[in-house]
Design a protein around this ligand. Structure first.
Ligand code: SF4
Ligand code: F3S
Ligand code: FES
Length: 248
């Protein structure tokens, strides 16, 4: 494929800028390959988080031409030969350095989400559930915690002030998963999502679903069903509209 033009954001918490590079690209390569070649040949101190290079660890989240994506799953063939490919860090989280951001917001939200709690008297190892119940929430357990959905959601993307009250789509699917668990006795997950996780701040724009690399139907299968059950639909036109427009 030959030399291709890139812009990569370099900097830290104090500020930074896009820098221009020309990097060799080979047939079949992904954006993360190019970042690695840039590190190996021109910029040994370029910071980038990655681990599996197989779309499974969720580490290499970045923004590529403004779209939140996994660097290891974005083929260079996606782009026109003449196109400059711009790589920037996730926008919703504070930059540590270059393409590495501080995603601890998500860990805080994970800690705030009440853990699975089996009924009293059932010991670990004695949990039993039907296969059909296992399958119902299987989709949500595919989450690789890349946080692309969290980074994309407009409720927090440019609104730092909303972060304390909003857990975000990744944790709405966790709530939905536990809500479907026949042994979870902790709490009414739907009510909790509404009262403590900011479910009501979501206006079902579906951007989270669009960027999910695991193709989890976050909005249709987790958020809307939970909203429907906590809110009287006669008084929530958004839910009604969402069903009309989005549901397939
Ligand atoms: Fe990533 Fe999808 Fe999980 Fe969100 S729900 S963290 S986009 S895998
Ligand atoms: Fe945000 Fe997804 Fe709702 S992008 S507004 S959580 S549908
Ligand atoms: Fe693991 Fe990309 S390096 S998902």
């Amino acid at each position: 494929m030959g030399l291709r033009n890139f812009k990569v954001w370099r900097g830290d918490a104090a500020g930074g800028e896009l820098k221009d590079y020309q990097v060799d690209v080979n047939e079949g390569e992904v954006v993360l390959d190019v970042i690695h070649r840039l590190q190996a040949t021109q910029e040994p101190d370029l910071a980038c988080r990655w681990n599996c290079k197989a779309g499974k660890c969720g580490s290499c989240s970045m923004e590529i031409n403004g779209m939140p994506r996994l660097g290891c799953m974005t083929r260079m063939s996606t782009f026109e030969e003449a196109e400059t490919v711009t790589v920037t860090p996730l926008r919703a989280f504070p930059v540590i350095r270059d393409l590495v951001t501080d995603v601890s917001f998500n860990y805080t939200k994970a800690r705030e989400t009440p853990a699975f709690a089996p009924p009293a008297g059932v010991a670990p190892g004695d949990y039993r559930m039907q296969q059909i119940d296992v399958e119902r929430s299987q989709e949500f357990r595919k989450c690789i915690e890349c946080f692309l959905c969290q980074n994309t959601c407009h409720v927090v993307r440019d609104h730092e002030e909303n972060k304390p009250a909003f857990s975000g789509p990744r944790f709405f699917i966790r709530a939905a998963e536990l809500d479907m668990h026949p042994l979870d006795a902790k709490t009414d997950r739907k009510e909790y999502a509404q009262s403590a996780m900011g479910l009501g701040m979501c206006n079902i724009t579906k951007c989270c679903t669009e960027v999910c690399p695991e193709h989890i139907k976050i909005t249709d299968n987790a958020i809307i069903p939970m909203k429907e059950r906590v809110v009287d639909r006669r008084y929530d036109p958004l839910v009604w509209l969402g069903r009309k427009i989005f549901r397939r």
